[in-house]
Design a protein. Sequence first.
Length: 473
Amino acid sequence: MFTSRRQLIRASAATLAFSGFSRFATAQEARPEAESYRSEIAGYGPLRRDPAGLFDLPEGFSYTVVSRAGDPMSDGLVTPGKMDGMGCFALSNDRVALVRNHEINPRNLEITAFGPGRALGGKIAADRIYDRSLNGLPLGGGTTTLIYDLRRKRLERDHLSLAGTSINCAGGVTPWGSWLSCEETTQGPSEDNQKDHGWVFEVPSRAKGLADPTPIKAMGRFRHEAAAIDPRTGVVYMTEDVGDGRGLFYRYLPNDRTRLLAGGKLQALALPEGDAGDPRNWGTSYWAPGDSRAVRWIDLDGVENPDEDLRLRGNAKGAAWFARGEGIFYGQGEIYFTCTSGGPTKDGQIMRYVPSTREGQADEASAPGRLELFVQPTDPTVMRMADNIAIAPWGHIFACEDKVGGINFLRAVTPQGKVYTVGRNAAPSGGDMAANAELAGICFSPDGTTMFINIYAPGVTLAVTGPWASFKA
């Protein structure tokens, strides 16, 4: 269970008093070939070089390689590449299930679960494949499920769990133990695929085979990035990642809280000034970190979006623009989400949304929800282009950077908005990961002992353990 934000602030004050501020010096390692980094507070300390050249961590931390792209899976298929968003689910005291996205597009022919030439596609039942190319081969996007033993630090089994989808970027966990896998595309029928894409699919974490590949169309067709559910209300919040920085922030009010396919209402967030309110802080400064605004929600129609203009129609009705909405996660009564290119320097933003006490109800306007600009880094050595996020069991936000062609760090943010560095991909110093070493898929085991993270391409999943309890301010 998450500690409340107020309790964490009190705990932080006590920790500061005890430490005499000695732990909060700037941390930077003199590694000439590595991009510099800086922490606003020391956190777990400076990073140490990984002898294997994969992932640098502070002293006392280590990782286990759980899975690599190209490894054979338990179902006879091949571990796909482009490992992206991921969720962790408890199975027992020692075992968890990881449901992992693969952001594979229809032309990524050689990194799918079906092997070279997708020759293994015939092993999958036809009704479990959402879409195929014109030549009948299944699309390579989707999810894999991994069963991992926390105590023994080993993978027990793994299998393909969603097939025939496209560009499955991030997603979100549900309170009932499934993963919402989101397609970051609005690809229509073409020579590469036969159906529309841009949907959310639900993948049960305990299923031993392939999920029913039925898109939840009422949740909208757009460039989905991630989703988070408030377990108190059942409302689903969703981000949209559009390269031009003109995406919306959505919510889905389901007719049935535990059956999203039963339909519902899709809405977009608007600020008091309507479309004149620009939370991106591009050109003009709309607000500063710590500022908040009451919000309202605008009904959207035509959510299956055949003309790919849903966001434009939403903005025309007053919905606000967000600069590449990406990772999103539910905390203790609040929702955090990232905007990767927000801010005056376009180094990114983290937003905090506090729902109304009457969220989604007819009288919501009497006590509206509030949106806060929580973090807006202007020093790229502190944090730049935060993408996937997760909230650790002790309440800190862990954020994966996604800088194309650069060194990406794993950052963490305290409840007071202070940023510190937790890890760094080590690939740019050598090895075959240098081409695209985006960090993604951050999630924690429910007991807080293990952090899981993906290095996107060519694809590896790591389980990180260490003295997490040593710093929880």
